[in-house]
Design a protein around this ligand. Structure first.
Ligand code: FPP
Length: 244
């Protein structure tokens, strides 16, 4: 049977696609009398750990909310710190991400990013395309309503150019107009930080996802918290609207 933990893991139902709203960095820093940007730094380190844990569980897709369209309204100091943190992260952990087999995808209005941040994320994405142990999608300058409106406009273009006719639109092919067309629907959303809301994240893709909220700040999220989320997910009865 192996060790008890291994046995427990073997009995989990592993979701294909997990999303995380990484909330609570600011409060984590405040509790330590530190500026908010230290919380984001701790949050980035947590992301690094969680990617590894998810890959070990053989979760195929992990999608995280790193920066929303609304986050541009934060102080210049905080926004700059986050943009620089992203640059630093992909420089520092390039080898590790390669060794772990992490393919990167970025979704959102990437053209809003400062030039240097944009170059770094585009290069990180390009360099990772051959890897396939886990697909990590990072939402930057992302808003789900904006993504849906953008998709409608692209669909309008397809109608105008005659590459599609109105009767050809389906639930499946509408998502071809999203930032990452080939991402499967979500199975599980985890939101640490104590809030129980979606905050304009992946509204379409979450249609049948299970929700898991945990009253712990993101930098404090542990391997055991991930295990408990997966255990809870394994026990959920997913009927997709069916009456069974
Ligand atoms: C929300 O917490 C978190 C963010 C706006 C930023 C999340 C970013 C990271 C975890 C780092 C990402 C790094 C890379 C490399 C992708 P909050 O600041 O709103 O927390 P609060 O609710 O406690 O104020």
């Amino acid at each position: 049977m192996g060790n008890p933990k291994e046995y427990k893991i073997q009995n989990l139902k592993i979701p294909d696609h997990v999303a995380i709203i990484m909330d609570g960095n600011g409060r984590w820093a405040k509790k330590r009398l530190m500026p908010r940007k230290f919380g984001h730094r701790a949050g980035a380190e947590k992301l690094r750990q969680v990617v590894r844990w998810c890959a070990d569980y053989k979760i195929k897709y992990l999608t995280v909310y790193a920066f929303s369209t609304e986050n541009w309204q934060r102080s210049k100091d905080e926004v700059n710190a986050l943009m620089n943190l992203i640059i630093e992260f992909f420089g520092k952990y390039e080898d590790e991400l390669r060794a772990e087999g992490v393919r990167l995808n970025f979704i959102g209005e990437l053209s809003d990013l400062p030039q240097k941040t944009l170059e770094v994320v585009q290069k990180a994405e390009r360099d990772s395309q051959e890897r396939n142990r886990i697909i990590l999608t990072i939402a930057l300058s992302y808003g789900s309503r904006q993504e849906i409106i953008r998709a409608c406009k692209l669909y309008g273009d397809a109608l105008q150019s005659g590459t599609m006719t109105p009767d050809q639109l389906t639930i499946d092919n509408f998502s071809d107009f999203f930032y990452a067309a080939d991402l499967p629907d979500l199975d599980l959303l985890i939101r640490p930080g104590g809030e129980q809301r979606i905050s304009n994240f992946l509204l379409w893709q979450l249609s049948y996802a299970e929700m898991y909220f945990i009253d712990k700040l993101w930098p404090d999220f542990s391997e055991d918290d991930l295990y408990q989320a997966l255990e809870e997910y394994s026990g959920r009865d997913r009927r997709f609207g069916d009456a069974r």
